[in-house]
Design a protein around this ligand. Sequence first.
Ligand SMILES: *[C@@H]1O[C@H](CO)[C@@H](O)[C@H](O)[C@H]1NC(C)=O
Ligand SMILES: *[C@@H]1O[C@H](CO)[C@@H](O)[C@H](O)[C@H]1NC(C)=O
Ligand SMILES: *[C@@H]1O[C@H](CO)[C@@H](O)[C@H](O)[C@H]1NC(C)=O
Ligand SMILES: *[C@@H]1O[C@H](CO)[C@@H](O)[C@H](O)[C@H]1NC(C)=O
Length: 434
Amino acid sequence: SLDFLSFRNHSHIESKFSVRSEEFPDEDMCYLVPGRRESISACNFKTDAQTFLVIHGWSVAGLFESWVSKLVSALLEREPDANVIVVDWLERASHHYPTSAENTRLVGMDVAKFINWLESLGYPLEKLHILGYSLGAHVAGIAGNLTNNKVNRITGLDPAGPTFEHADRLKRLSDDDAEFVDVLHTNTRGTPDLSIGIQRPVGHVDIYPNGGTFQPGCSLQNAMRMITTYGLYNVDQLVKCSHERSVHLFIDSLVNWDRQSLAYRCSSKEAFSKGLCLSCRKNRCTRLGYNVSKVRSTRSARMYLKTRDVMPYKVFHYQIKVHLFSQKDMTLESQPLKISLFGIRDERDNIPVVVSRMITNTTVSFLVTCDTDIGELLMLSVQWEKDSFLSGFFSTGQFRIRRMRVKSGETQANRLKPLFGKLLPAVMVPCFSS
Ligand SMILES: *[C@@H]1O[C@H](CO)[C@@H](O)[C@H](O)[C@H]1NC(C)=O
Ligand SMILES: *[C@@H]1O[C@H](CO)[C@@H](O)[C@H](O)[C@H]1NC(C)=O
Ligand SMILES: *[C@@H]1O[C@H](CO)[C@@H](O)[C@H](O)[C@H]1NC(C)=O
Ligand SMILES: *[C@@H]1O[C@H](CO)[C@@H](O)[C@H](O)[C@H]1NC(C)=O
């Protein structure tokens, strides 16, 4: 029965609701206590302002992780008038993983009661945005499903995978849990049961940065370098690097609002890495993070993008399509190329790309990314790496480029240049629109 969820029954709420401030983003200064109306004014909760509810995940140390205060600060930097509340369920989160995972149900009930209580005081749920990281994403989902009315938005930051991948939608985050549910998947490596982050799409929009498996800058080599620089105490952070990247991508979207990353709908990460999905038509692309386009399609939309390894994470995506022709049937595998892009504002040289297969009289398509804004593209150069030549490939000069097309994801500009000539180790292609 939903009776025990009534806003009048606050007897068993163990989670704490800490109102954070810009001056002390990492300190619990004041708790809102469901059932105690006076805590609203005591904590200076603004009943007419937007509210962010931040929910942490599994805790090994029983302490808030450092991202919590960073996210609080970023939310208040972007929306200075908003309320930011951190849900403290550390007690129930610092058990063995399976126990903490089961506790999401109890914490979700606490959060739902808290929300019902706020609503009973006249607070409009259209102004409520819940952000949950890892297990906290499922807490948010469970809470969202138990409230009397739907909350406006839930953002799942790499929702936890183990025990949730195949769970019933009532027990995990799903697109029923809020008017709009957006999800970032950043650490989904391995078989579904072992993946730290959930692999399946669980929202209206599910974004898989860098394919969602693993994030740049989180490699083992990087980990070793960080250990020698910062010492072993940071190992915990390194293990979670890709998982926690979801939070930092969201923070990036809040603070670097002039450098918003775009994500593109695509059927698979393989198709995305061929550059086939850079269209923005019919809501096929969206900003990542805070300003995501709230388009609710019937089927969950998987979206992809590449990012840099540090903040700001934005990169610029280009699809390059080359039509190759020859009198001779040829197939070349795994060809490393170097692409240089020359724009009005800047240029980027020797961006490495590996083209998986080139076949006579077909068009190859591949994705190139560039971490600076070069402005409108003027010229492009394609260069084969010498070591990759098959014998006689260039000496016979039999492979020719017939047409080349460049499409920019960020500007949606399309450049087509008919080109007749030999495919030389370096091909310079002017990209003026004709
Ligand atoms: C209040 O809620 C708790 C569980 O959260 C439940 O065990 C208890 O029976 C409820 N009390 C009433 C009066 O509904
Ligand atoms: C809870 O989830 C069920 C099943 O997914 C759904 O039908 C229902 O609309 C949800 N209710 C709320 C309030 O989110
Ligand atoms: C981003 O979101 C905020 C709050 O929803 C809105 O006021 C603002 O106009 C949005 N900015 C863009 C560029 O969409
Ligand atoms: C490729 O196409 C060109 C012109 O369209 C043609 O002349 C050539 O014979 C074709 N190559 C092969 C191997 O079929």
